[in-house]
Design a protein around this ligand. Structure first.
Ligand code: CS2
Length: 445
């Protein structure tokens, strides 16, 4: 088996990334690879070990593009360096380089350390520790690491930069701007001012389903390519990237891979968050109650499929697209879900529900209630979440220790208090509560 190493030098770094996980490598790193005009210095977010196999193979890896009919292995060459995110000197040096014009992020919704009101949680002990240690050159949270790196860019006079969040947050550009500027302001008013005038926070909608890589995927890449690749990534053929905002120091030619630059991402963002991510969460919580472990297995079950279809019907009413315009998008979602060769575990999607549901499910539920409609498919998603918390097995959520005990109460109390954790106004809606209670009973009968 041939070792995977570079025979020509890596491209010069013009793109820095934080959050070196599978999704980054299936998405932004692929777009930069196809652009062919920039290299990436990528830093791990939560899993420092992710950089080790990549560094050992000069940042090279294969993308195993898996359609319903077969696999295609594509060698991605854009990672010029893979670093442990704890290496703060490599991190600050990379962001402070005048050759770098963009900093992309895939760090999960939870990493931005926002309080339930949406602003930076300055009472979070790790955030407070960063505020105290940034002047000394140390930071551990994502907002802290961003402020530290931007301070070093300012000190080296390297010019403006675009920060491009690629997490499923609503209005992700302004949201991340507010978190970063708030933390910078707690460190130094002039730093916050510099960031506000020199950093462009770009809003994005990102989409590519990327299940976790398994040992058999590694073996398959070896047999397809003849290379011993320890870090391939599996993904689907579909990919989407819509961006709005300025790139004051240039960017890779991401449009070559099909990225679209628009004035406002909101319609695309709502369409993707509500239809795709909303139905994903619905399935993640409710489909295991019918014995399913993956998205493909769930949508092959007519009951789960009907939940998804009725969620699409409900959410579509509140989207700024006409029904005929949405029809191909909805059809393609179902086709993507059905891909029997993509093993997308529902447990992977179920993670961090208290952060995800308010973004992907509650906006639809709230608008339905305001329009006098009972959102039955939304009730399935919420009842499923409560059943998931009640089971208490494999609950991965930053608020798990508060949520699991609330789910153990009688049905009505559990529904009211858990809905209250997500949204105080919805917890006052007696009719909605009784429908969720009924749905919970039906689902768990
Ligand atoms: C999923 C997303 O895990 C989840 O919450 O809904 O990761 C989803 O697969 C991606 O957003 C697809 O682009």
């Amino acid at each position: 088996m041939a070792p995977l190493v570079r025979s020509t030098p890596a491209l010069p770094v013009r793109h820095v990334h934080l959050g070196l996980g599978a999704f980054h490598r299936a998405h932004q790193a692929w777009y930069t690879h196809v652009a062919g005009d920039a290299g990436i210095a990528a830093f791990t977010g939560r899993r420092p070990d992710a950089a080790v196999p990549l560094a050992a193979q000069d940042g090279l890896y294969h993308l195993l593009v898996r359609s319903a009919s077969g696999d295609r292995a594509e060698l991605v060459t854009s990672l010029s360096g893979a670093y442990d995110g704890a290496d703060l000197s490599a991190w600050t040096e990379a962001v402070a380089s005048p050759s770098v014009g963009v900093l992309t992020l895939t760090v999960t919704e939870a990493a931005y350390r926002r309080s339930p009101s949406g602003s930076l949680d300055l009472s979070d002990p790790s955030v407070a520790a960063d505020v105290a240690s940034i002047p000394g050159g140390v930071a551990q949270t994502v907002p802290g690491r961003l402020v530290l790196a931007l301070a070093s860019r300012r000190a080296s006079d390297a010019g403006p930069i675009a920060v491009v969040p690629c997490d499923n947050l609503l209005d992700n550009g302004p949201t991340v701007a507010s978190v970063v500027v708030a933390l910078a302001g707690a460190v130094s008013a002039s730093l916050a001012e510099w960031i506000s005038s020199n950093v462009s926070f770009v809003s994005t909608t990102i989409d590519r389903i990327t299940p976790a890589t398994t040992a058999s995927d590694i073996a398959e890449v070896a047999s397809l390519t003849g290379f011993a690749d320890a870090a391939p990534v599996v993904t689907e053929p579909f990919t989407e990237w819509v961006l709005a905002g300025a790139f004051p120091s240039g960017r890779p030619a991401w449009e070559v891979g099909g990225a679209r630059f628009v004035d406002d991402v909101t319609p695309f963002e709502q369409r993707k968050l509500w239809l795709l991510n909303g139905s994903h969460s619905l399935l993640a919580y409710a489909a295991p109650l019918r014995g399913h472990a993956t998205v493909a297995s769930a949508v092959a079950d007519p009951v789960c499929r009907e939940w998804v279809e009725s969620w699409f019907e409900l959410a579509s009413v509140f989207l700024p697209f006409s029904s005929p315009d949405l029809a191909p998008y909805r059809a393609s979602l179902l086709e993507r879900y059905e891909n029997p060769r993509i093993r997308h575990n529902l447990s992977q999607i179920a993670m961090d529900g208290s952060l995800k549901l308010p973004i992907r499910v509650l906006p639809v539920v709230t608008q339905a209630r305001a329009a006098g409609v009972m959102p039955l498919a939304g009730a399935v998603a919420l009842a499923g979440w409560i059943a998931h918390l009640r089971r208490g097995v494999d609950v991965r959520d930053p608020r798990a220790s508060e949520l699991i005990p609330l789910a153990q109460a009688d049905d009505e109390t559990a529904v009211r208090s858990l809905l209250g954790v997500l949204d105080a106004a919805l917890a006052e809606d007696k009719e909605l509560i009784s429908v969720i209670v009924e749905t919970l009973r039906d689902l768990t009968r």
